[in-house]
Design a protein around this ligand. Structure first.
Ligand code: NAP
Length: 506
């Protein structure tokens, strides 16, 4: 990386968010940008999560970019390797590779108030950028609970998102910690291999049947030859989810019927009343993410599986001890304990106009105008920012909506400086951020995520839901279509020396 390189836009991360941003920038005619990636390949969470059984539980025809349709999705719910390959292909098809800087972890980014740009220090040098777009995503930094005694464990330990494929689980006594979306895919995949599997379940999840099937060759042929059929399929998948969301956001009582279906899904397989009792949730379905699996319960009733209905509390030598005192001596521990979502580590590395980091600005909870921009952090936006997550649909829809906002943001900056030769930045007004946050939290009050009687990663340390969008994806697309300048303070600076010279010679 050149010592004093300057770009118009620097994007952090090359998962769905970062690659999508790169495509949208190119399409908007912006070619002066880089994508900074800490690892050596693209794919983000779909590169990092390679655990056995990893797949997406949003149908692939919806969980993909609208501008990069893939008629060849092999299944309703594609596996990790297909999604990762799709993202590699997006990088090639849209000519993104020249923009991507691999092994370039962002160590720090600091807003320079005088120069109106971001100074970015990466693992491979520094650069400056007019705009910084953080697309690290909420599922990028694994969270391992601070369990006393874990350091003294002499067996193998890894997190679901850092699977050690060199470690052979065959014949081993393995503990899986957690029962989230990752763990319930891991358990049935490794149960046939291991000698003994002990599952530490702090809270039982609601699990629904997984309506997965192969997409036939005829369907794929049709989607390739008659693109409107593919578009129609996507539209239908989208519409069903748009219609469902009201039950989560406004009428959680309607979810009782779904609970019945989920309970039946469990009791059909689990005949032992003691195990049934352990696996029955005591909160409203949807409060935590609803999990989809046809293989989870069948794995739990196998003779080599023990379900400990209690969280992991301590490790003594090679023995894991649950909060209820249950003990299990194991050879390996797999943590399916999720990610740093409400305390995104990247926020500690971004310092804004007031000299404080984003993490400090968000110490009482994350908040951003339209899920994107934070007061005191000019020309900076987060893709999948605060309150943009979804409980039941495709995050790619949210990402694309935010990327519209990003393109409009750059367009507004261009308009503000047109003809003047100067530079401009937009800083979200604190009162606009507050009013947006109040509006979101008001709507959040009656959602199942807040009223369903559970503790989930949607809630931050203060119990505030700073992750989920309490509406439809259509509504979110509407509120991010345009940047409203009234919500921003416009900062101005004269042209940079090099820029002034370039403009004078035009
Ligand atoms: P997660 O949903 O945050 O689940 C973490 C699990 O670890 C929870 O069951 C939690 O229990 C448990 N846990 C934490 N500390 C524990 C302890 N000391 N002892 C026992 N259990 C403990 O994480 P995830 O499963 O990795 O999923 C994260 C998100 O990734 C998902 O919600 C989803 O958005 C995405 N994802 C999607 C898919 C898919 O599409 N199929 C697959 C994987 C991941 P509590 O419930 O009690 O907190």
């Amino acid at each position: 990386m050149a010592g004093h390189e300057h770009v118009r836009v620097a994007v952090i991360g090359s998962g769905f968010g970062g690659l999508g941003a790169a495509v949208r920038l190119r399409r908007a005619g912006v070619t002066d940008f880089v994508v900074l990636e800490r690892r050596d390949s693209v794919g983000g969470t779909w590169r990092d999560n390679s655990y056995p059984g990893c797949a997406c539980d949003v149908p692939s025809h919806l969980y993909s970019f609208s501008f990069a349709p893939n008629p060849d999705w092999p299944r309703n719910f594609s596996g990790q390797e297909h999604i990762r390959a799709y993202l590699e292909k997006v990088a090639d098809t849209f000519g993104l590779r020249p923009h991507i800087r691999f092994d370039s972890e962002v160590l720090h980014a600091r807003w320079d108030t005088g120069a109106l740009h971001w100074e970015i220090e990466t693992g491979r040098g520094t650069l400056t950028a007019d705009m910084l777009v953080s697309a690290t995503g909420p599922l990028s930094d694994p969270k391992i609970p601070d369990v006393p005694g874990l350091d003294g464990f002499t067996g193998k330990v890894f997190h679901s998102a850092r699977w050690d494929h060199d470690y052979d689980l065959r014949g081993k006594r393995v503990a899986v910690i957690g029962t989230g979306a990752s763990a319930i895919q891991i358990v049935p995949s490794i149960q046939p291999l291991v000698d003994r599997l002990t599952l530490f379940q702090r809270t039982p999840p609601w699990v629904m049947p997984r309506m997965d099937r192969e997409i036939s060759r005829a369907e794929r042929w049709l989607h390739a030859k008659v693109p409107p059929t593919r578009a129609l399929r996507r539209r239908m998948l989208w519409l069903i989810r748009e219609l469902q969301v009201g039950a989560f956001t406004k009428h959680p009582a309607q979810l009782g019927l779904v609970e019945k279906l989920a309970r039946h899904h469990m009791t059909k397989v689990v005949k032992d009343p003691v195990l049934r009792a352990k696996l029955t949730p005591d909160y409203r379905i949807g409060c935590k993410r609803i999990l989809l699996s046809n293989t989870y319960y069948p794995a739990l009733v196998k003779p080599n599986v023990d379900v400990v209905a209690s969280g992991l509390e301590e490790v003594r030598g090679n023995t894991l001890v649950a909060a209820d005192g249950t003990e299990a001596e194991v050879d390996a521990v797999v943590f399916g304990t999720g990610f740093h979502v409400t305390d995104m580590p990247i926020a500690q590395r971004i310092t804004g106009a007031d000299g404080i980091t984003l993490a400090e600005a968000w110490k009482d909870g994350m908040e951003a105008l339209r899920g994107s921009t934070a007061a005191g952090f000019p020309n900076f936006m987060t893709v999948i920012g605060p309150n943009t997550g979804l409980g039941n649909s495709s995050m790619i829809l949210i990402i694309e909506a935010q990327l519209n906002y990003m393109v409009d943001y750059l367009g507004q900056l261009g308009t503000l400086t047109a003809g003047s030769g100067g530079r401009a930045a937009l800083d979200a007004r604190p009162e606009a951020v507050r009013s947006w946050t109040d509006h979101v939290q008001r709507r959040m009050a009656r959602t199942v995520w807040n009223t369903g009687g559970c503790d989930s990663w949607y809630l931050d340390a203060n119990g505030r839901n700073t992750t989920v969008w309490p509406g439809t994806t259509g509504e979110f697309a509407k509120v991010t279509r345009r940047v409203d300048l009234a919500e921003y303070e416009v900062l101005r600076a004269p042209a940079r020396a090099g820029q002034r010279k370039a403009e004078a010679t035009r």
